[in-house]
Design a protein around this ligand. Structure first.
Ligand code: VGL
Ligand code: ZN
Length: 202
C-alpha cells in the first residue's frame, strides 16, 4: 500500500454528504481525519467530486410527483432519486473543510450532464459514457486502487466495479467508507464487490 503503482481514490468527501448537508451519509464526518492520515502514506491520490448542474435528472425535484429515495425509469434505465445535492459551484458541492490532501493530483468531477447521473468515477449511469479516468490511470502506470469515501453502496460500489472491469486491482478500505444503507443496499453492495473479485479490507 502506497507503492509507485498504488493510488488512493477518495470518493465524494463533500459537504452535502456530511452533517448539515442535503444528502447526509451517516458517519461521513468521522472519515475525514482517517482519510487525511491514510493519504499521507500514498504518493498518488485522486479525489472525486459529485458535480451536478441545477435541474439534474437525479434530483427528485426535477420529476413532478416524485420524492427523494424513489426509483424511476430514465432513458438509460433505473435511476434512484435524491434531494438536490452537490450543485456545481455551491457550498454543498465543496470538499469537507477539514479534508487536507494537498498532494492530490487530480480532482475528477462526475455527474456533470443534466440528463445522465454518474455514481462511478469511470462511467456514467448510462453504463457507457467514459469519464477518462481509466486512461489517465493506465497512462500513469497506476494499477492498484485503494478506495475510500462515500457512499459505500453507491459511488464507491460503482467505482469499484468499473475499476475491476477495467482490469485494475481494487481494494476497498471499508473502515474509511460510509454507506447510505437503505433497503439492504450495503449488504448487497458488499456481495457484488466480493463476487467481482474486489478485496474488501475491514
Ligand atoms: C452519491 C447518491 C447521489 C454518492 C452521489 O456519492 O454515493 N450517492 N449522488
Ligand atoms: Zn449525486
Amino acid at each position: 500500500m502506497g507503492g509507485e503503482h498504488d493510488l488512493l481514490l477518495a470518493v465524494d468527501l463533500q459537504n452535502d454528504f456530511c452533517a448539515g448537508g442535503a444528502l447526509v451519509v451517516p458517519g461521513a464526518d468521522e472519515l475525514v481525519p482517517k482519510i487525511n492520515r491514510l493519504a499521507a502514506g500514498f504518493a498518488h491520490v485522486v479525489l472525486t467530486q459529485d458535480w451536478h448542474p441545477p435541474g439534474h435528472c437525479s434530483f427528485a425535484s426535477s420529476h413532478a410527483g416524485h420524492r427523494p429515495y424513489e426509483t424511476i425509469q430514465l432513458a438509460y434505465g433505473a435511476q434512484a432519486l435524491w434531494p438536490e445535492h452537490c450543485v456545481q459551484g455551491s457550498a454543498g458541492a465543496g470538499f469537507h473543510p477539514q479534508l487536507a490532501i494537498p498532494h492530490a493530483e487530480l480532482i475528477l468531477r462526475k455527474g456533470c450532464r443534466r440528463e445522465v447521473d454518474a455514481y462511478s468515477a469511470f462511467r456514467e449511469n448510462d453504463r457507457h459514457t467514459p469519464t477518462g479516468l481509466a486512461g489517465y490511470l493506465l497512462e500513469r502506470g497506476l494499477r492498484r486502487l485503494f478506495l475510500v469515501g462515500l457512499a459505500t453502496d453507491y459511488c464507491v460500489l460503482y467505482t469499484a466495479l468499473d475499476a475491476r472491469q477495467a482490469g485494475f486491482e481494487v481494494v476497498v478500505l471499508l473502515d474509511a467508507c460510509r454507506a447510505i444503507d437503505q433497503a439492504g443496499s450495503l449488504s448487497a453492495a458488499l456481495q457484488k464487490m466480493a463476487a467481482a473479485g474486489i478485496k474488501i479490507e475491514p
